[in-house]
Design a protein around this ligand. Structure first.
Ligand code: GLA
Length: 373
């Protein structure tokens, strides 16, 4: 089964928008391998919108723009597979894609077969220009079944931005991940509002179908289509930590050829990725809300995590009260945790955990729940 943990990869939209070609995807695939991103789990290389000609061929099939993809899509898929990576493409449930290219309404079964013939492993499926009287469940179910009918294993990445309460029906369409938000921009206000919009919806996300808060802007540094002012190092780290803690799919949106080593290291942070890829995939308990949220989360292997996010511009002292999860000192148990970023240990804590968090920063502690006599 696909999507046992949140899918990971790279997508062209945030940085390159319409300016895509075969050479770009080959280069990004090379860099995913060379920079060690493949080794930590990034595997899907995804072409977003603007890859096709404006007209279908005489058989009603989509045609890749030969000026952008001179060797055709199959050759690119073969190249990406030869690097040990997987290959993704994009279409839309309406008559045109969001940027005006032909898309799959009425052609779902034809297009799914075209993608399967090309060796596609992942389909992002958008929601623009759809007939108003159609609805999400039917359109996504139709493509979900068309993909399965090809016999090829294709990860179905739905993108209807949370409209019509996506979280309530999308899992039943065969989708493996679902965009729950409108498009991200490279600034902290956007990151914060997308993340906070999903806090009370995370219980719908889990094994087989994960809530996708949108592609990462980590390391974009205000360059490319989604530029919106950029973020500081601390803000990018908090963005990545939020996406990891919420177990969102991790689709890198930056240009890997100009990203700094520190930004690549952040994307490879083993502790954050371990939480993102945690096999139990349980939603967090919200211990505090607003723009200084605190979360508690069960992890695999009997471990737990407590996360403090300070989304404000002032330093914060934050407290996770264990009675809020039903744990009092009288139960004879407490936590032994460590700060996953610094390694610093808390010792045995049984009432609460308090910590200072820098402006726009975060702290995540993980460890065991132990009995003390
Ligand atoms: C929508 C999606 C984006 C991107 C564009 C392409 O806006 O939300 O992620 O795919 O379409 O046109």
């Amino acid at each position: 089964m696909l999507s046992m943990t949140p899918p990971m990869g790279w997508n062209s939209w945030n940085t390159f928008g319409r300016n895509i070609d075969e050479a770009l995807f080959r280069q990004m695939a090379d860099l995913i391998v060379e920079k060690g991103l493949k080794d930590v789990g990034y595997e899907y290389v995804v072409i977003d919108d603007c890859w096709a000609l404006k007209q279908r061929d005489e058989n009603g099939k989509l045609v890749a723009d030969p000026a952008k993809f001179p060797n055709g899509i199959k050759a690119l898929a073969d190249y990406i597979h030869s690097k040990g990576l997987k290959f993704g493409m994009y279409s839309c449930a309406g008559s045109r894609t969001c940027d005006g290219y032909p898309s799959s309404f009425g052609y779902e079964f034809v297009d799914a077969q075209t993608f399967a013939d090309w060796g596609v492993d992942f389909l992002k499926y958008d929601f623009c220009f759809r007939p108003k009287l159609t609805n999400g469940p039917i359109l996504y179910n139709r493509m979900g079944m068309a993909l399965k009918a090809t016999g090829r294993e294709i990860l179905f990445s739905a993108c209807n931005w949370g409209e019509f309460e996506t979280e309530k029906w999308i899992r039943s369409t065969g989708a493996h991940m679902y965009r729950s938000t409108y498009d991200i921009r490279d600034n902290f206000d956007s990151i914060k509002s997308l993340a906070l919009s999903q806090v009370d919806k995370l219980a719908y996300s889990g094994i087989g179908c994960f809530n996708d808060i949108d592609m990462l802007v980590t390391g974009m540094r205000n360059k490319g289509l989604a530029a919106g002012g950029g973020c500081t190092d601390v803000q990018y780290a908090t963005h990545f930590a939020l996406w990891c803690f919420f177990q969102s799919p991790l689709m890198i949106g930056g240009n890997l050829s100009i990203m700094t080593d520190d930004d690549i290291e952040l994307l490879k942070n083993k502790e954050l990725l371990a939480i993102n890829q945690d096999k139990e995939a349980r939603p967090p308990v919200v211990l505090a809300g607003g723009d200084r949220p605190i979360f508690f989360k069960h992890l695999d292997n009997g471990e737990y995590a407590i996360a403090f996010f300070n989304l404000t511009d002032g330093e914060a002292t934050m407290y996770a009260e264990f009675f809020d999860i039903g744990i009092t000192p009288e139960c004879g148990h407490g936590f032994e945790l460590r700060d996953i970023m610094t390694g610093e240990e808390t010792g045995f804590v049984k009432d609460y955990l308090g910590t200072k968090v820098e402006p726009f920063g975060f702290k995540i502690f993980r460890g065991k729940f132990v009995k003390k006599n």
